[in-house]
Write a protein that binds this ligand. Structure first.
Ligand code: HAM
Length: 419
């Protein structure tokens, strides 16, 4: 037997309804906020991500699925959407048509990480990006949108962590100070952090190593290095979300794993998730669009991990399915009547009633059993007597009530089968 690739999983019919539920709830909320969907290819030229996310990040360094295609072009399965979306925005001159773009997406992403609970090599994200506003109200809109998305699926208990990385200049100043400090204690740092001291010192702040965490307690704090404009922007973001009734925790060590961020960064955490407790995150990326060949344009966005959202819903017993079981199962008493059953099914489906017909020519008893198993709300029995009299037997599977109805009353079936 051939197994699926490690870190990937099939979404079976039993659970696909939960995915539908999350995706359709998120789609509705996105539209409520004026966001439009954008879809891009699942693979891109590698440079979209190496230039966009940053060569020194773990994602680009260790986690990308990169390969040469048959024309020797380096291709990468998208590890995230922001860089790919910016590529699409620039290539399609979308900013010429509108100076402010509100976009959302939903789909699979690929990272070569060590699989564990809530961490996969193919996973799914919903994300939203607001492109074209420098102002703190755009940052606040992102957080309000995320909060509404969570509430739409019943998640109200989560932690929002926020921080500011400030402008490029203040971030540079901070990194210099941080490196100075960390060099003075270099021998005590973990091997990973020692390596990062050269390649990506900010990421040391994310270290999970206990000793590193102890050393970091004495490290300089980024918020002390913000210039006036950065501080004012961040204060306004905090004020706007506070006024909207959203709680947050200030975390000056939050830096996130992608290089394109500046100013506001944020993350959503849930205590029911275990080690991988972050189920979403984002921030501002005012330089990325120019970096990928577009006009200098400010932007802010976030992405949510759908597998982790489903885990939260499972743990908190809030999983819901979009109704997909049939409303009507047509039981055909003998194979000669199958043409009648198919005709009735066509009429019902025309009326948007979810209808299935037995295809295995089974006994009435077996068909009734199957109707029960698939969760049909009603059964219509098409039998010789019924056909002779121009009638149908309709059984309500919940109440077991059974009535005969003229076939001609099919026009009213919509009302009959509303459930
Ligand atoms: P990210 O923090 O790398 O941000 O990913 C966002 C979310 O995707 C994570 O919080 C997590 O829930 C989920 N995720 C990431 N990797 C995995 C994995 N291996 N398995 C399962 N879930 C995973 C970004 O991707 C940015 N593009 C967010 C953004 C949008 N920033 C600005 N705009």
């Amino acid at each position: 037997m051939i197994q699926a690739v490690r870190g990937t999983k099939d979404i079976l019919p039993d659970t696909v309804g939960y995915w539908d539920y999350v995706e359709s709830s998120f789609r509705k909320i996105s539209h409520l906020f004026g966001y439009k969907e954008l879809r891009t290819p699942i693979f891109e030229k590698t440079e979209v991500f190496s230039r966009g996310i940053g060569n020194a990040t773990d994602i680009v360094n260790k986690e990308m699925y990169t390969f040469k295609d048959k024309s020797e072009e380096s291709i990468t399965l998208r590890p995230e959407m922001t860089a790919a979306l910016v590529r699409a925005v620039v290539q399609n001159s979308m900013l010429h048509e509108s100076p402010l773009l509100r976009l959302w997406y939903f789909g699979p992403f690929f990272r070569f990480e060590r699989p564990q609970k809530g961490r996969f090599r193919q996973f799914h994200q919903y994300g939203a990006e607001c492109i074209g506003s420098l102002n703190p109200e755009a940052d606040a809109e992102m957080i309000l949108l995320a909060d509404s998305l969570f509430k739409s699926v019943g998640i109200s208990d989560y932690n929002l962590l926020i921080n500011s990385l400030g402008s490029d200049e203040s971030r540079k100043k901070y990194i210099d100070e941080l490196v100075n400090y960390l060099k003075s204690v270099k021998e005590k740092l973990s091997e990973d952090s020692k390596n990062r001291l050269e390649s990506n010192p900010l990421r040391i702040l994310d270290s999970k190593n206990e000793n590193d965490i102890y050393i970091l307690n004495e490290a300089p704090v980024i918020l002390d290095f913000l210039d006036d404009i950065s501080r004012k922007h961040f204060d306004e973001v905090k004020m706007l979300i506070t006024d909207s009734g959203i709680n947050f925790t200030l975390n000056p060590r939050l830096v996130r794993g992608l290089d394109y961020y500046n100013h506001t960064v944020f993350e959503f955490q849930s205590s029911v998730l275990g080690a991988q407790d972050s189920f979403g995150g984002g921030g501002r990326y005012n330089n990325l669009i120019e970096q990928l060949g577009g006009p200098s344009t400010a932007a802010v966005g976030f992405a949510l991990g759908i597998e982790r959202i489903l885990l939260i819903l499972e743990q908190t017993k809030k999983l819901q399915e979009i109704e997909s079981s049939p409303q009507v199962f047509i039981v055909t008493a003998n194979p000669e009547l199958i043409n009648h059953s198919l005709k009735i099914a066509v009429k019902l489906r025309d009326k948007k009633i979810r209808t299935v017909v037995d295809l295995n020519r089974r006994s009435i008893k077996s068909q009734m059993k199957e109707a029960n198993k698939v969760g049909a709300k009603y059964v219509i029995i098409v039998g010789d007597d019924e056909m002779r009299d121009g009638m149908l037997t309709v059984k309500n599977m919940q109440t077991s009530e059974q009535v005969k109805q003229p076939i001609s009353s099919i026009e009213n079936y919509k009302n009959n089968f509303e459930c």
